[in-house]
Ligand binder design. Sequence first.
Ligand SMILES: [Zn+2]
Length: 451
Amino acid sequence: MGDKTFKRIFLITIDCLRGDFVGCINKRSSLTPNIDRIAADSLVFTKAFANGPGTNQSFPAILTSTYFLMHGGMRLRPHYITLAETLRKNGFKTTAFHSNAFLSRSLGWDNGFNEFYDFMNGLKSPSAFITRKQNLKNIVNWLSKAFKLTRFTYIQHLLKKYYYKFADFQIPYLDAKELNNHVMKWLKTNKPEKFFLWMHYMDPHVPYIPPEKYLSGFSSRQDAFKYNCSINFKKIIKRDLEILRKLYVGEVKYVDEYIGKFWRYLEEKNLLEDALIILLADHGHAFMEHDRFGHAFDILYNEVLHVPLIIYGLKESKQIDFPVQLLDVSPTILELLTIEKPSSFTGKSLFRTLKEKQQSSPIFSESARPDLINLRYDLTKKAVSCIKAPYKLITNQLKETVELYDIEKDFNEKKNLIDSNKDLYEEMLTLIQKHISIVDFKKKIGTLKRI
Ligand SMILES: [Zn+2]
């Protein structure tokens, strides 16, 4: 492990890619032949969990090894050291490519990067897409208040349908092919001796508009886009769910195809030598397994938290089947590079967990009700889960619910054990309470002046 010198570090992240849709994790899936080929020579964690259900709740864990609640808002707190900052200090040139508005420069995600391409300008700007959604929400809010409309969801849906009917078609992010082109162009023109490159694929995120060969039934990406926009995601019917699932499958196949193309490029250019490559998803996506669609802040079921995690570049290739968390990815990278981890990193190297051959600490996943218009969170309405194998407790302050599952026997979380396991519930609830008080305290002291 420690006897190899890595000069090229690639962090490949994929938005919304569910763990069970990836073949090397779920043998019944044949959607990802390219990722599976990479996995054959890698460490594959079949039970990796995101520390939050959305981009902005999961990425603090991935890139700073801190919990979302330690930040408490959408903006990354600058006193939490990023992986990129640490690598830059240690002689790596650091570069990022993505097109997710929640990871933008304006929210602090460029911290530590020599070059940061978030593609927030121009017609394809994701922020323009979000602004458009926010404008629509504002109009609906105003109409609802002005006319004392109670059927808010229905009115919102009608307006949305009308609004998008006349909207221009734009893919609201860089697609996999474009992302590859940007990264490969950078690799051709930049040849630093040591570098860290983070690239983030957006394709499996809504709206589902894969290229023609993956469109299953739609005649063009524009038609698929308009279809996506016409759906009332809060009241989804079975037929639409099937169509959306097919489109999502198309996006998964498409992103896998382009990961394969990128990999072949790395092979041809001899860039896999001395390379450490980490591939993961920030979270998954729910298709009504628990009567919810999407990855809203309070969906902490495994369809949203279970993600692929693959590490390539080590001498060893094997499958690890006990629960691990994305919080531990950055400490693992630093351990492999024999770089000391910053004191603000909360996670620990996965190799320590590997030595112990079992889950080494409880896995917390957190979120709170977002206010997307004001880029804030309502921290009185948290949703927090805790995994301590074989059990998982999910608490939801908005709905005032608690659920307890045995995820070894019941990974799909169908049988809530809360009534028959009071002692266990109390024990796991105490873990969550302690965790919340610690992250809350860390959030508060983070704002104090250092003496
Ligand atoms: Zn995401």
